[in-house]
Design a binder for this molecule. Structure first.
Ligand code: MD3
Ligand code: FE
Length: 225
């Protein structure tokens, strides 16, 4: 990252400096990063998140292959995403509590819709919000998201807490990946031809965030049904 009027350096000495104005970066034909887009809503987002997590606490799910995910998950909305030995699916009942997933807080919906609008996807009404928690060392292997019924809708993701290096691949697992750093408050919208691209998250580096501590929380908004 470089700033006008400063000499380019490889080491960004201003990484923790005052917030920068919002910027939009295109990372694919139908994908944009909206830097800092969630920051103005943070005072409403964090209490809403706490409310969801009281009803649907983070848990480490098992993949169909028998591995325990290093990322802890929760969900809110009409349906939540779950995985176990039987496979991946969206379900209206949280298998851990036996109750419906918590309602999607209004501020979550507002953020997802505003971001989708900015990226050119009007009328996005997500019915699911997956909440991922990464602690240092946690990672997400390259995968595609294709459990949603209508892949014409985008996915909107919101990053909070310590940074992550997002891996953005192609349509085949072996395709080259580009690295996209994601920071507290960044929102990304993926749609169109990018919707089925492989993606993942590199192991999270040790760091401490003033508000969220040693963790990264990521929301992904989807229209699943
Ligand atoms: C690109 N989460 O929950 S968000 C996931 O940072 C997931 O927690 C990552 O991948 C995370 O499935 C990345 C970014 C993301 C989400 C869905 C996508 C990127 C995507 C779907 C298609 C293409
Ligand atoms: Fe994904």
């Amino acid at each position: 990252m470089q700033r006008k009027g400063t000499t380019p350096t490889t080491l960004d000495l201003f990484a923790d400096a005052a917030p920068q104005p919002p910027t939009t970066e295109r990372i694919g034909p139908c994908s944009v990063v909206l830097r800092g887009f969630a920051l103005p809503l943070l005072d409403r987002l964090l209490p809403a998140l706490e409310g969801v997590l009281v009803r649907a606490p983070f848990r480490h799910m098992t993949t169909p292959g028998g591995y325990t995910m290093s990322v802890a998950l929760s969900s809110c909305g009409d349906v939540g995403w779950t995985t176990d030995r039987n496979g991946y699916r969206y379900a209206s009942i949280d298998p851990q509590t036996g109750k419906p997933w918590p309602e999607m807080p209004a501020v979550f919906l507002e953020l997802a819709q505003r971001a989708a609008d900015c990226a050119g996807f009007a009328d996005f009404v997500p019915d699911a919000c997956l909440i991922n928690r990464y602690i240092p060392g946690a990672k997400l292997a390259l995968h595609q998201d294709k459990d949603e019924l209508d892949l014409g809708w985008p996915v909107v993701s919101v990053s909070l807490g310590i940074p992550a290096m997002f891996l953005f691949g192609g349509h085949a697992r072996g395709d080259a990946t580009q690295r996209v750093p994601l920071f507290h408050g960044d929102v990304v919208v993926w749609g169109g031809e990018d919707r089925l691209r492989y993606h993942g998250v590199m192991p999270i580096k040790q760091a401490d965030h003033p508000q969220l501590g040693e963790q990264r929380i990521n929301f992904t908004f989807r229209k699943a049904e």
